[in-house]
Design a protein around this ligand. Structure first.
Ligand code: ASP
Length: 579
């Protein structure tokens, strides 16, 4: 039965609400002509579509309505004749007959059939996104997105967080991504920066005494696009004072689990956690996919005194591929090439057969080594053992990627396995000038036990940063923040940012820290990614109303575009000819 909110001055209800309880009554519905089928000489069946679904309307054959015409229909709800009931449709037991049809707007023939069964070229879909949005896949995805947003907002409200909007025209922040810049007309030669995240602004709301902030924030990053990345994306961004990492993880878990419940009807149990070092050790990545086993086994001890050159390395790791003994030689060769491409010297493989291990390396192994390989992860006959020997980082990384290549299901495939990864390193590698690079961002508090390593051995410093991972996708990251200007200055220094430069770029933040900044911590997770997984989509474009293509274009508006001479003059900028 129709909801009272469906009724407007133009219609009584939505198409999808017309059901058998209404037989005999007169109704008015509005929508788009999804399909027209002639029925004999004098009648036509029209499937009338609106956001709720379709209803069958029987019109006079002389009524000139075609695909995507917008019409208003008044008629009588009638039970469909025996044998014509469509059990697959909620409105399938009825049709609307004796109709008066008013054409509200005619439509040109659409450039593609708005039918979910058609595999439509994405370029065409994006060019005519307003038509594409009429398809039930997009209707469902965007409504699911709204549901998820509603759930996360409610979870944050319930936990005492205050929604605060932060500026889009902002100053640069050092979070690692290339930023979009906006020229200032009133200050020629100066630029605003579109925020890659509200990081500094939200920290300042903590100094401002808000205690718990959240925002469904749009973030902009001028980076190469991929299936899970757009120039602009939406994240649930939070920050809280007088909290530890565990509190933040609890707040976010609540929001994510509520969102999962709203989206799927089932609330996952609590989210497990593991340290970054464990994730490296067992999965070889910092975003472990827990939906399948094949975990990395460290067999270094068994090869400590090996005579086999391929295995004489500080770290020897192995994975067991269940039933993998039937991998063809060419598949094994391809995996070996992949391993080499990732930096390994090779990939050793052993088929576990009734006669023992089958491998070109078998005859070089000692009995103890054979036994160790045979026992990897409880291997059984018919399995395949793959091994990499190198330093810990390389062996873990390479085997971690091989594990994913062999075993990872598509990201959106259930079950949904969430995991917190904690104790990330503070810095990852060195930049061109030999300065350590912040693994999360430079506002992250180092682990209290590792403060003294900051100047002596920065790459060993652990941070108080944590990620949330779902099915091998990084959903989001956060950290306990630095709230003291002396520690912040020290971290800037380790990153190679001089005191003068720090004062110049972030003087306002360092200043704020001198006026009673409370200890605080926060997090942000990507709404697009979460919704995509709930919707069973591999690509976040499917859950964004107006996304850009992989090359950053908006095929509908044509953006990015040239601006007028007048605008260029006003902004006092000069366009260089294309290189
Ligand atoms: N600003 C971080 C990001 O966008 C999240 C955070 O640390 O709260 O990834």
């Amino acid at each position: 039965m129709a909801d009272i909110f469906e009724k407007t001055s133009m219609r009584d209800m939505l198409c999808g609400s017309v059901d058998e309880t209404l037989v005999g009554t007169s109704v008015t519905v509005c929508g788009w002509v999804a399909r027209r089928r002639e029925h004999g000489e004098h009648l036509a069946f029209v499937d009338l579509r609106d956001r709720s679904g379709v209803v069958q309307v029987v019109v006079d054959g002389s009524v000139d309505v075609r695909s995507e015409y917008v019409i208003k229909v008044t008629g009588t709800v009638t039970a469909r004749p025996e044998g014509t009931v469509n059990a697959a449709l909620p409105t399938g037991k009825v049709e609307i007959t004796n109709c008066t049809v008013e054409i509200l707007n005619a439509a040109e023939a659409p450039p593609f059939q708005l039918d979910d069964r058609n595999d439509i070229d994405e370029q065409v879909r994006l060019k005519y996104r307003y038509l594409d949005l009429r398809r039930s896949q997009m209707q469902n995805n965007l409504r699911l997105r709204a549901k998820v947003l509603r759930a996360v907002r409610a979870a944050m409200d319930r936990q005492g967080f205050c929604e605060i909007e932060t500026p889009l025209l902002w100053a640069p922040t050092p979070e690692g991504a290339r930023e979009f810049v906006v020229p200032s007309r009133l200050h020629p030669g100066d630029f605003y920066v579109l925020p890659q995240s509200p990081q500094i602004a939200k920290q300042l709301t903590m100094v401002g005494g808000f205690d718990r902030y959240y925002q469904v924030a749009r973030c902009l990053r001028d980076e190469d696009l991929r299936a899970d990345r757009q120039f602009e994306f939406t994240q649930l961004d939070i920050e809280a004072s007088f909290v530890t990492q565990d509190d933040v993880m609890r707040f976010i878990s609540e929001a994510v689990l509520d969102a999962a419940e709203a989206a799927t009807g089932e609330r996952p149990s609590t989210i497990e956690s593991m340290t970054w070092t464990d994730a490296q050790d067992r999965y070889g990545v910092d975003k472990p996919d827990l939906r399948f086993g094949m975990t990395l086994q460290n067999v270094s001890a068994a090869f400590a005194g090996t005579d086999v050159k391929a295995f004489s390395a500080p770290c020897v790791k192995a994975i067991r591929v269940r039933g993998g003994a039937d991998f063809t030689r060419s598949r094994l060769d391809a995996l070996t090439e992949q391993a080499k491409g990732l930096g390994a010297k090779g990939l050793a493989w052993f088929r576990v057969t009734t006669d023992g291990l089958d491998s070109p390396l078998e005859r070089f192994l000692s009995d103890a080594e054979k036994l160790a390989i045979r026992a990897v992860d409880g291997a059984e006959i018919g399995d395949l053992i793959l091994m990499v020997a190198d330093d810990f980082a390389t062996a873990s990384k390479v085997l971690g990627q091989i594990r994913l290549a062999i075993g990872a299901p598509p990201v959106s495939q259930g079950p949904h396995r969430y995991v917190w990864v904690t104790e990330f390193p503070m810095f990852e590698g060195l930049d061109e000038d030999g300065n350590p690079m912040a693994a999360h961002h430079p506002f992250t508090m180092p682990h209290p036990d590792d403060f003294d390593l900051m100047e002596t051995d920065p790459l060993k410093v652990r941070s108080q940063a944590y990620d949330l991972v779902l099915n091998g996708w990084e959903l989001g990251s956060g950290s306990v923040r630095i709230h003291r200007s002396d520690i912040q200055a020290r971290v800037f220094r380790s990153l190679g940012i001089s005191d003068e430069e720090a004062e110049n770029r972030f003087g306002f933040l360092l200043g704020a820290f001198r006026y009673g900044a409370p200890p605080h911590a926060g997090f942000a997770f990507g709404v697009d990614r979460l919704v995509a997984i709930f919707a069973g989509e591999e690509n976040i474009r499917e859950v964004i109303a107006f996304p850009k293509t992989q090359s950053g274009s908006d095929l509908m508006t044509g953006a990015p575009k040239q601006i007028t001479e007048r605008q260029i003059r006003d902004l006092r900028i000069k366009i260089q000819p294309k290189a």
